[in-house]
Design a protein around this ligand. Sequence first.
Ligand code: MN
Length: 202
Amino acid sequence: MPFKLIDLPFAADALEPAISAETFSYHHGKHHQAYIDKTNAAIEGTELADKSLEEVIAAARGSNQGLFNNAAQSWNHGFFWHSLAPDSGAPSDELAAMIDKAFGSRDGLAKQLADRGAGHFASGWVWLAEKGGSLSIEETHDGDTLADSGFNPLLVIDLWEHAYYLDHQNKRPAYLDAVIGKLDWGFASDNLARGSVWTYPA
Ligand code: MN
C-alpha cells in the first residue's frame, strides 16, 4: 500500500500568523507530498512495499540514505502537523509533573525549546522526548528522526527554512516563539500515555 499525504488536522489558516495558509500550501502540499511520493517510488516493487512507514525508516537507516531521508521526512512532517493545534490545550497531570521535574516549569521548557531550536545549525528538528520515564529536548539534523531511536517523541518543531521563511523570513527565533504557542499539549499527553512511538496513519 503506498503511503498517503495525511490531511492537516486543522484548517490551513488556523495557525495564522504563526504559520500562514500560504506556508502550509507549500510545506504540506508540496514538500510533504514530495517526500511521500519519493518514498513510494523507492519502495515500489521491493520487499518494503507492504511495510509500515516506521519499518521502512528502520530498514533504510544506515543502508539506503536516499530512501531513509524521504521516509523519515514523510514521518516527521506527519508528526509535526499533529504537534500543532489552534488551541494548544494543557498537558495531562502526568506530563505536567514531568515537565516541572525536567525543566522547572512550562515556561522553562518553552525557553529551552526556543534556545535549542534557535541554536541548531542549519536544517533539522527539535523534539520533546521521553525515555526511561524522563523528558529531554533532542535535536536531529536534516531529515533524521526519533521514530526509530529508542525515544518516545512527544512533540516536534521543524527547523528547516521552508517551515518559516514565507512568514518570518530569516528570523527563526520569531518563528519559534510563535510556534511554541501552538504546540498541542493534548497530542504530547496522548503520546506519553501510550508509551510507544506514534505511528504514521495508514
Ligand atoms: Mn519541513
